[in-house]
Design a protein around this ligand. Structure first.
Ligand code: AHM
Ligand code: MG
Length: 331
């Protein structure tokens, strides 16, 4: 497809035509997510000016401070998706329970999961943040949407993606046919195809961990990090923003590994399987990379609860596989 002239809608339409039985439901869902992300991008960009930065009065279900833009972004994602008749429920990192579709609207066969604004603690300091999303087919009968519909492994994802609000706003997306990136042209308000068939390098030179947690990691994880630091053939460099979408996006394009392992304080790490780890794992796998919790492929883990956390090691195949080998004692 021709770069620059292909907007997201055209791309989705052309993809849809490859599947004669496709109804367009799915295309509509992605378009609405993109729409919500443009509204979020606008607010993120003007946050400093209109003085809406700062913490809201509420704390989310994980006991973390919510920023006002979290609340706002969550509301916009729900508003963009609740009325379209394609979903039977939504799941958000910011909501304790699954989000039902209001009775007044028709229901559909999909469920959408999202972290509406990841890395929100970085908002005040002008660091790139992002929205992460995943789309599953509902598995339960009827169209009410139950928790069961969300407790699916990442293997069942129909699509996933993220939007990074950075020096430009970009939407990166897969529906199982490779990974494509679209950059928002603010002049026309359209996402334009800018990165076709994104592939992550097989090996990278970047590692991204919060090394302040080093003393709380297991000796196996410590040894893995030491092996990267002392690697003679490849001079690794450490890059850690502390904003998952930004760290992931850089490593996807440049190669490398991001890890948020478990530690003695938080055995399952910090990141959520459903809203963060699985959607990004699907992207990375489609780009030729890998994601593990140390033992299992992230995409094979079936969540037991919608807010379940998981250790996450994600990026280039070589570094992720090496991590698994260290943790399982193979090296
Ligand atoms: P959030 O979902 O509450 O915004 O937290 C997730 C963020 C990720 O973006 C980032 O990778 C991680 O927290 C950083 O954690 P830490 O500050 O412990 O290194
Ligand atoms: Mg998050």
């Amino acid at each position: 497809m021709q770069k620059g002239l292909t907007n997201l809608n055209r791309y989705l339409l052309e993809e849809q035509r490859k599947y004669p039985h496709a109804t367009g439901d799915f295309t509509f869902i992605i378009e609405q997510i993109a729409f919500a992300s443009k509204i979020i991008a606008r607010e993120v960009n003007k946050a400093g000016i209109v003085n809406i930065l700062g913490k809201a009065q509420s704390v989310n279900v994980h006991g973390e401070d919510q920023q006002k833009l979290d609340v706002y972004s969550n509301a916009k994602m729900i508003e963009a998706l609740d009325h379209i008749g394609k979903l039977c429920a939504m799941g958000s990192e910011e909501c304790e329970d699954i989000v039902p579709i209001p009775d007044k609207y028709p229901k559909g066969k999909y469920v959408v999961v999202f972290d509406p604004l990841d890395g929100s603690s970085n908002i005040d300091v002008n660091i790139s943040i992002g929205t992460i999303f995943g789309v599953y087919r509902a598995v339960t009968e009827g169209n009410q949407g139950t928790v069961e519909d969300f407790l699916q492994s990442g293997r069942n994802l129909v699509a996933s993606g993220y939007v990074i609000y950075g020096s430009s706003t970009m939407l990166v997306y897969t529906a199982g046919n490779g990974v494509s990136g679209f950059t928002l042209d603010p002049g026309v308000g359209e996402f334009l195809l800018s990165h076709e068939n994104i592939k992550i390098p097989e090996k990278g030179k970047i590692y991204s961990f919060n090394e302040a947690n080093f003393d709380r990691w297991t000796p196996e994880i410590q040894n893995y990090v030491k092996s990267l630091r002392s690697n003679k053939e490849r001079q690794y460099t450490g890059r850690y923003i502390g904003s998952l979408v930004a760290d992931f996006h850089r490593n996807l394009l440049k190669g490398g590994v991001f890890a948020y392992p478990g530690d003695t304080n938080n055995p399952n790490g910090k990141l959520r399987l459903l809203y963060e780890a699985a959607p990004l794992a699907y992207i990375v796998e489609q780009a030729g990379g890998a994601a593990t919790d140390g033992i299992n492929n992230i995409l094979d883990i079936k969540p037991e609860g919608i807010h379940q956390r998981t250790p996450l090691v994600i990026g280039s195949k070589y570094e992720v596989e090496l991590y698994r080998k260290y943790v399982t004692g193979e090296v």
